[in-house]
Design a protein around this ligand. Structure first.
Ligand code: GDP
Length: 430
């Protein structure tokens, strides 16, 4: 059976921890979209790790880590990441890379940098990992699938030359940068081939066989609903679909095989990069939440950038859960809120004098003001608690209130970064 672990919001909800935890009982963990542009932070017996391309199950002996066809595959980065974990004593993970995954080319990274430079103050706040140029080329049908590394030199050179003609016009006339050389790119691709060759397979067929054998497969989403190209805060989104439905496409499995969709929601909000964030807070109150947030502060796993922070947003999270097709909500990082006397929660958006609880289209977000309801805090440390009934009453009330507002069952409450820091909760909505 297939379970998906996905984010309801802007990403950084704690999917890595939840995936790592669920991976204990899974056989295969699959990345189905995105690239090395965002990270999952995992804390386990080997240390603390920020993974970007490897799925979060990479720390177990019993799991296979799969890079699906939907991923933007940066081959050297993947191998750097494998080395970074094996150097710290983690056994070499079992890896499979889809022969249909496309390769992040060196020029995708350059184009990402050049375009951000060109846009200057109007930039998208890209992590400059080449993701937007990569997906543009994929859909313009000038991308390179991993399988093409195994085609003849003539075929690969013909395509490289064709692509370089187009890229070089833009490099020369728009960015005023040096031209690409197809021969050099060919050499680079042959290095990539050597690295990736032992792991390449027909992932869709591998997963089909695994399903027939009754294996448990976890689909690990990157970022969250609000960063989905179609359903997010366009254009301040990522260049792939972050919703669970896309995992069927990005891994090559039938959509009806996805039986559980675990949507991760953080007990407050955070976002990296620019874009609408209605419940954002600023100043000292934001600094305090940022510094206390997550595990050691809300700073980007890939970039180290300070994350923007805000109160829990019921409007965005309800929408985020709906688009994911949530069967279960994992409500994370609740322990961090224990310092607050009172906790504001965003329960509506006021747009042109009218209050709505439905997440609007992007341009309306820019004029939306948060409608806040303030709930009492619990003023104590809840880390270490393992039973829902042992949580302070106000903490349970906070969780109950949010569940009612978003309308999806909160069945897991995470109260610390480690695998064991989890409380299972019975929900009346399930
Ligand atoms: P992801 O991209 O969704 O996997 O999220 P990140 O890994 O970027 O951010 C989550 C951060 O919160 C990481 O540093 C986790 O170790 C940490 N974390 C996850 N769950 C909890 C929790 O319940 N409590 C605390 N304090 N930290 C958590």
């Amino acid at each position: 059976m297939v379970k998906a672990v996905v984010g309801a919001n802007w990403g950084d909800e704690g999917k890595g921890k939840i995936t790592d935890m669920l991976a204990q009982d899974a056989d295969i963990i699959v990345r189905f979209q995105g690239g090395a542009n965002a990270g999952h932070t995992i804390k386990n017996k080997y240390g603390k790790f920020a993974l970007h391309t490897l799925p979060s199950g990479a720390f177990y002996d019993h799991t296979t880590s799969v890079i699906g066809n939907g991923v933007a595959l940066n081959i050297p980065k993947l191998f750097e990441e494998i080395k970074s974990i094996t150097d710290k004593g983690v056994p070499m993970p079992k890896i499979k890379v889809s022969e249909r995954a496309q390769i992040v080319m060196p020029y995708h990274i350059l184009f990402d940098q050049y375009e951000e430079e060109r846009l200057a103050g109007k930039s998208f706040g890209s992590t400059k990992s080449g993701i937007a140029p990569f997906y543009s080329d994929k859909f313009a049908k000038i991308g390179f699938q991993v399988c093409e590394l195994f085609n003849t030199k003539e075929a690969l050179m013909e395509k490289l030359e064709r692509v370089c003609v187009q890229k070089n016009v833009i490099l020369e006339h728009l960015y005023h940068k040096p031209a690409l050389n197809p021969e050099e790119l060919y050499k680079t691709l042959m290095e990539y081939k050597e690295m990736v060759e032992p792991y390449v397979c027909d992932v869709s067929l591998f997963l089909d066989n695994a399903l027939k054998e009754g294996k448990t497969i976890l689909m690990e989403g990157q970022l969250g609903t609000l960063k989905d190209t179609d359903h997010g805060i366009y254009p301040m989104v990522t260049s792939s679909n972050t919703i669970a439905a896309y995992s069927a496409v990005g891994a090559g499995i039938p959509p009806y095989e996805i039986k559980e969709i675990i949507t991760v929601c953080k007990a407050y909000s955070s976002a990296v990069g620019a874009g609408a964030f209605v419940s954002e807070i600023f100043g000292d109150e934001a600094d305090e939440l940022r510094n206390r947030g997550g595990d050691g502060g809300e700073y980007g796993a890939t970039t180290g950038r300070p994350r923007r922070v805000g109160w829990f947003d019921c409007v965005a999270s309800k929408y985020g859960c709906r688009l994911q097709g949530t069967t279960d909500v994992a409500f994370t990082v609740v322990d961090v809120l224990g310092y607050l006397d009172e906790i504001p929660v965003c329960v509506g958006y006021e747009i042109n004098g009218e209050v709505t609880k439905e997440f609007p289209v992007p341009y309306k977000l820019d004029i939306a003001k948060p409608v806040l309801k303030t709930l009492p805090g619990w003023k104590c440390d809840i880390s270490g608690i393992r039973e829902y009934d042992k949580l302070p009453e106000n903490c349970r009330k906070y969780i109950d209130f949010i569940e009612q507002e978003i309308g999806y069952p909160i069945t897991m409450v995470s109260n610390g970064p480690a695998r064991e820091d989890i409380i299972y909760r019975k929900s009346s909505l399930k």
